[in-house]
Structure formats: structure tokens, C-alpha cells
Design a protein around this ligand. Structure first.
Ligand code: LIP
Length: 333
């Protein structure tokens, strides 16, 4: 099938639809946020474990919001495809990833936060064309933050261009020790998985003369969409995670890119046999569940193009320290 072509006007229209939908479901989200409880069993606001894993849960609000968003989108764009966290959970990983316009939606990203009333949780609506994100909306209703972007049309937070800071307030770090990083420990709790995460975080934090990066700080918001929003905003330099799904970050990826940030494949090189001279950050495939994002870096004075070089340099520095983990890609290809 030939690749789909889309005009800026069409992208703008898709973005307007996604914004309207996020705003429509915002009040239900907010209401649910205050009423949902870990122990609110037997009613619509209970948290239900997914596959017996208490670290991964779903609520009736997740399912309701996804149904509303998809039914509206199906009315407007009957020919489009749809991938949503809860719908996909029902059918397993049995969908085909195509070049067609595909709405990739997480109705509640950061469900654990939602259940524990921690405000980094929101609605993530992405649209992919030719398998890549072209429109993204992240709405964090409790924080009242609406992040929006469309390919070639820039990124905004509540209408203000991203990143919200610029030079000299937003400067360009040259090493990880000047960077604030967001990551996640994820919901898998096996011995091997936890060991690999902790070893990775240890190397990132450890002093430089002991082989670490002495990264300035490491934060976990509990939501990939929120992490990417922080990178686009310019308040976190780097986000790295393996294991999240396309619906967690499809929207965030285009928001980061349109804010001047860069995204890469997050497969780590620690312990790998790749020779040093072949180590170069690779392009992100959003269906592969391994992501690294670096915020916009202003060029150093008198050095055009240096901002992009530094993004790659920081990305390589992270990939050198993080471990790869096997994850089944999203969908079939
Ligand atoms: C969450 C992701 C996060 C990941 C969590 C979980 P959910 O999404 O945003 O990055 O570490 O395990 O997958 O399930 O709350 O929508």
C-alpha cells in the first residue's frame, strides 16, 4: 500500500478533533480522580488488577473514556484505525500496525497515579500516519495542563509555545551530570527485571570516578505521557524507559519533536557487544516499546547545529549505561 499523504490543514483539523475530545472527557476524568479508590470495591470507582498484577490496574473510568473517545472518532473518521489500551487489552496484542491513519489512545495514562490521587495522570490521544505520530494531545486535567502538537505545526502548552523557557533561561547541558532525567520502574516485578532496572539507575546516579554518570537527579512520575510532557516543557532534559506501549507515548513523541526535542530508540548498550565506533543512537520505532527522548537544546553561542549534536551526545551517554530488556513489540507488522 502506498504511504498516506496529509496536508497541514488536515493535520490541524485532526488536532482540533483530538483537543475537543480531550476537553469533553476531562470532567469525567477529574470526577473519577477524586472518587476512585484502591479499596472502593463494588462500585464504578474501584481499581481492578490486570492479570493478577497489583502494579498494573484498570478502572471503569479508563474503559468509559476510551469508549467515548473511540465512538466519537469512529463517527467522524469511519475509515481510520484505532488502538487503545483497554480495547487492546481485551483482544490481546492482536492488531496489525498499518500506514493508515490510526488513533492511538490511552484514556488514563498513569492509572496507578489516578488511583492514588497523584496528579501526574492524564488522557493521551495520538494519531499515527505511516506508523509515525503526526498529532498528539496530552491532557493532564488535575494539573490543568493541555499539551498539543501536530507535525510541522509546533507544540503548545495551554496555547503557549513549547518549550516554555528559552535561552538564557533554558541552557544547554554538555554532560549528564547537568541533566534532570525522568524514567519509570514499570510494572514488571520479576527478580531479573528489577535487578536490571536497579543496576541501570545505579550507574546513572553513581559518581563519575566510580564509573557512573552522576546524573543530577532521577524522577519517576508514574506516567510516560507526563514524562514526555516534562521533556517538551523543558523541565526535564531526558526521558528513558523500556516497556511502555505505543498508547502511553505516541502523543508525547510528536509533542517532544515539535518542541524541538529529539527521540531515539531506547535499546540500551550496556553489556552489548556493539563496538564503540558503531554506537550511534537509532531512530525511534514507536511500536517497539523502548524510548529515549531529549529536550530541545539551544545551539551554543557561535556554534550552529551544536544543539542537535548535544542531543545525540547525551542520548549516547544514556544508552551506554542502560540495559536492554526484551519486550514483545506492540501489534503485528
Ligand atoms: C503506565 C506508563 C508508564 C509505565 C507504567 C504504565 P498506564 O501506563 O505510562 O510509563 O511505567 O508501568 O504502563 O498503564 O498507567 O496507562
Amino acid at each position: 500500500m502506498s504511504a498516506c499523504v496529509v496536508s497541514p490543514e488536515q493535520l490541524q483539523a485532526y488536532l482540533a478533533t483530538a483537543v475537543a475530545l480531550a476537553k469533553e472527557v476531562g470532567p469525567v476524568f477529574k470526577d473519577g480522580f477524586w472518587r476512585t479508590g484502591q479499596f472502593a470495591t463494588g462500585n464504578d470507582f474501584a481499581a481492578i488488577d490486570k492479570m493478577g498484577n497489583e502494579a498494573d490496574c484498570v478502572t471503569a473510568v479508563d474503559c468509559h473514556i476510551e469508549k467515548v473517545i473511540f465512538s466519537r472518532l469512529r463517527e467522524i473518521y469511519p475509515e481510520h484505525k484505532f488502538v487503545g489500551e483497554e480495547t487492546t487489552a481485551e483482544i490481546g496484542n492482536k492488531y496489525k500496525v498499518t500506514d493508515d491513519p490510526t488513533w492511538v489512545v490511552d484514556p488514563v495514562d498513569g492509572t496507578n497515579n489516578f488511583v492514588h490521587h497523584f496528579p501526574y495522570t492524564g488522557i493521551s490521544i495520538g494519531l499515527t500516519i505511516n506508523k509515525e505520530p503526526v498529532v498528539g494531545v496530552i491532557y493532564l486535567p488535575v494539573l490543568d495542563e493541555l499539551y498539543t502538537a501536530a507535525k510541522g505545526l509546533g507544540a503548545q502548552l495551554n496555547g503557549q509555545s513549547l518549550p516554555i523557557f528559552s535561552f538564557p533561561t533554558l541552557t544547554t547541558p554538555t554532560s549528564l551530570s547537568q541533566c534532570s532525567m525522568v524514567s519509570e520502574h514499570g510494572s514488571l516485578r520479576s527478580e531479573s527485571c528489577i535487578k536490571s532496572r536497579l543496576d541501570t539507575f545505579k550507574r546513572l546516579l553513581l559518581e563519575r570516578d566510580q564509573g557512573g554518570a552522576s546524573i543530577r537527579n532521577l524522577r519517576f512520575t508514574g506516567s510516560a505521557a507526563s514524562d514526555l510532557a516534562l521533556v517538551a516543557k523543558g523541565v526535564a532534559e531526558i526521558y528513558w524507559e523500556t516497556g511502555p506501549h505505543a498508547w502511553d507515548y505516541a502523543a508525547g513523541v510528536i509533542i517532544v519533536l515539535e518542541s524541538g526535542g529529539a527521540v531515539f530508540d531506547g535499546s540500551g548498550w550496556w553489556g552489548s557487544s556493539i563496538p564503540d565506533d558503531e554506537k550511534s543512537p537509532q531512530p525511534l520505532n514507536i511500536w517497539n516499546r523502548k524510548i529515549l527522548a531529549v529536550r530541545h537544546m539551544p545551539d551554543l553561542i557561535g556554534k550552529p547545529g551544536s544543539g542537535c549534536q548535544i542531543q545525540k551526545h547525551l542520548a549516547a551517554a544514556v544508552l551506554n549505561l542502560v540495559e536492554d530488556n526484551p519486550y514483545e513489540p506492540d501489534g503485528s507488522h
